[in-house]
Design a protein around this ligand. Structure first.
Ligand SMILES: [Zn+2]
Ligand SMILES: [Zn+2]
Length: 298
């Protein structure tokens, strides 16, 4: 991606995605009160969030807000790995190298190509297109619904921003942080993966090293939420480093394809009712939008 996109360009990129997105809303039944994922009928939380609550209550994020559901195999889920992947969809082939680009018109990623030799081929184009769409979704969401988050969390506006470090070690900053940097004016809270730590699906604040942030109100951003163990471990690290509050925003709350249809993970639910995860994405309402708050909670 070259240059900084305008708000109009970002809004257009969001509009392109809306028809294929599903999004959480406060009034959707049978969704976890923490991560908005599938929750067993009659339960406030899904199993992983309930487990995290039992073992680490008071040290987790104050609020978790997924922007959209990332249904496995769907376009949003695909973009969430494409934007930072060295390999692209279609198998295990590596990204084609420089020289495979034939110039403007051969790429579809906005701003990703300015002529032959300026990009590294279709693989780079796929990455750039996924990155620009995810960036648009995130920045427009924070602009339009940031206030909803600060209100719902009760902690006020953030003083710092951080990105959950990637499970895989790669040199340089996290790709999401690189994308966001030109658009956010908040100072970054230092958060890195501790060397030698391997990703596990359990809470572990020692997975990350957080620089001291006494009294900080941190906006913590992650691309994908599956069990929440990684993002919640990062929130615990930030709190241990002195953060007063952590509000976590997630680009995609992962749901398996079975969850998206009647009878999947929610096998006991009424198959005649639409699955919450098929709810259309609304740009005008987020998971904690004022006036739409659900009369339920943990
Ligand atoms: Zn949950
Ligand atoms: Zn909102």
């Amino acid at each position: 991606m070259s240059g900084r996109l305008t708000w109009r360009q970002l809004a257009d990129l969001v509009a392109l995605q809306v028809p294929e997105l599903n999004g959480p809303r406060p009034d959707l039944p049978e969704s976890c009160a923490v991560c908005r994922g599938p929750a067993p009928p009659g339960s406030w939380r899904c199993y992983p969030c309930d487990l995290h609550h039992q073992v680490a209550q008071g040290t987790l994020a104050d609020l978790v807000v997924p922007i959209a559901f990332a249904v496995k195999g769907g376009p949003h889920a695909s973009r969430l790995w494409q934007y930072k992947s060295a390999r692209i969809a279609g198998g295990d082939r590596d990204v084609p190298g420089p020289g495979s680009c034939s110039g403007p018109g051969s790429c579809s990623g906005p701003g990703s190509c300015s002529g032959p030799g300026s990009c590294s081929g279709p693989g780079a184009d796929v990455r750039a297109q996924a990155a620009s769409r995810l960036l648009a979704l995130l920045t427009v969401f924070i602009r339009d619904h940031g206030r909803c988050l600060w209100l719902a969390s009760g902690v006020g506006r953030p003083s710092h921003v951080a990105v959950v470090p990637s499970a895989r070690t790669r040199p340089g900053p996290h790709p999401l942080a690189s994308l966001l940097a030109p658009y956010l004016t908040l100072p970054w809270a230092g958060l890195t993966a501790r060397p030698g730590q391997h990703p596990v699906r359990e809470l572990d604040p020692d997975r990350f090293l957080a620089a001291p942030v006494p009294g900080a109100r941190v906006l913590l951003i992650d691309d994908t939420w599956t069990t929440g163990a990684t993002a919640q471990s990062a929130a615990m690290s930030l709190r241990r480093a002195g953060a007063r509050s952590v509000v976590t925003v997630v680009l995609g709350r992962h749901v398996g394809p079975g969850s998206a249809g009647a009878g999947g993970l929610l096998g006991a639910r009424d198959p005649t009712r639409p699955a919450p995860f098929l709810a259309p994405f609304l740009t005008a309402a987020c998971a904690v939008h004022p006036g739409r708050a659900a009369a339920r909670g943990p």
